[in-house]
Design a protein around this ligand. Structure first.
Ligand SMILES: NC(=O)c1ccc[n+]([C@@H]2O[C@H](COP(=O)([O-])OP(=O)(O)OC[C@H]3O[C@@H](n4cnc5c(N)ncnc54)[C@H](OP(=O)(O)O)[C@@H]3O)[C@@H](O)[C@H]2O)c1
Length: 301
């Protein structure tokens, strides 16, 4: 099968489109023919581990990633099932969050039937289904950590990325009054996703806002902590994507599926590339200004 192999740490050019052996499902596994995956900020961090120092390499592999196929989320169709599999059948369309196990940048993947995996929303195409899990589960993790509740005022900093676009929609769904901070070009997008108020960080000095919030969520990891504290109400919460790793939960996949089907949550897709052009996609993603998600099409729909 074809796959993008991360041949070392460095610039996107370390990503090579190669032929490798197609995997075979074990007894408890399903074989998925991948239709779409995404190029995430997380993929770029692992590929670029060189600049983050030795701890990253100890985590992911000394000379190159131990798992050379990146891709933390995917969608596709089940082509084969192991003999002990009971939850899925051949022909099911599924979406999965592989997280730090990666593996999405390939034509096929084998996953345990107990992986973070669900049938795709009935109304989603494969590009949309591939774009729900990374940002969606991250946003859910942190909103849950802050115990978000109806009528709370939440400020979402970096409201236009993968995590940010998911957080705006989910916070609005949970009944919060959402203010999103983004740049001029993303104001309309962030409003369309459910932010009642938007602040343009390129023109407005949000540091001197005459307003405080029950929750301040830094969805991009770039908000100054002192500023965040000034914006947080007494007994309020400041949460950030930089505060620890996300716990991946199956129930979050089911919730995202349900909300997509009820049209309460949508996939924000900025650009799409064929899988073979993953290096080009990484060049765009690592600039740090994508709107929502960047899809890699493995099968052209
Ligand atoms: N803790 C975890 O387990 C976990 C899980 C997932 C992600 N993360 C982290 O979460 C962060 C966000 O991930 P992501 O995938 O959502 O990133 P992303 O999609 O690449 O974020 C891009 C967005 O960030 C906005 N942005 C860039 N600089 C900004 C600034 N100075 N102020 C405000 N907005 C800014 C951009 O908007 P403009 O173009 O308008 O600037 C763009 O829309 C990353 O650092 C990632 O590593 C952590």
């Amino acid at each position: 099968m074809k796959a993008i192999i991360c041949t070392g740490y460095g610039t996107p050019d370390v990503l090579k489109f190669q032929d490798i052996k197609k995997p075979i499902a074990k007894n408890n596994q399903i074989l998925i023919k991948i239709h779409a995956t995404t190029a995430t900020s997380g993929d770029c961090v692992v590929r670029g581990a060189k600049k983050y120092g030795p701890i990253m390499k100890i985590m992911f592999g000394l000379k190159r990633p131990r798992q050379p196929i990146l891709g933390a989320e995917l969608s596709g169709v089940i082509e084969a099932v192991g003999e002990n599999v009971t939850k899925f059948k051949v022909g099911d369309s599924v979406f999965a969050l592989t997280g730090m196990k990666f593996g999405g940048y390939a034509e096929y993947i084998c996953l345990s039937e107990n992986s973070i995996l669900s049938l795709i929303p009935k109304n989603a195409n494969f590009e949309e289904a591939a774009s729900l899990a990374f940002g969606g589960t991250t946003a859910l993790h942190f909103l849950r950590k802050a115990a978000i509740a109806p009528n709370q005022k939440i400020l979402i900093y970096g409201a236009s990325g993968s995590v940010g676009t998911a957080a705006v929609q989910l916070a609005a769904y949970f009944g919060a009054d959402v203010t999103g901070i983004c740049s001029t070009q993303n104001i309309a997008l962030v409003r369309s996703l459910g932010a009642a108020t938007t602040i343009d960080y390129t023109t407005d000095d949000f540091k001197t806002l005459n307003e405080t919030y029950d929750i301040v969520f830094d969805a991009v990891g770039k908000l100054n902590k002192t500023t965040a504290k000034q914006l947080t109400r007494q007994n309020g919460q400041f949460i950030s994507v930089a505060q620890g790793l996300v716990k991946e939960l199956m129930e979050d996949m089911f919730l995202l599926k349900e909300l997509f089907e009820k049209e309460k949550f949508k996939a924000t897709i900025d650009r799409t590339y064929p899988l073979a052009n993953a290096a080009q996609a990484h060049k765009y993603v690592e600039i740090g200004h994508k709107k929502g998600n960047v899809v890699l099409n493995v099968v052209k729909e």
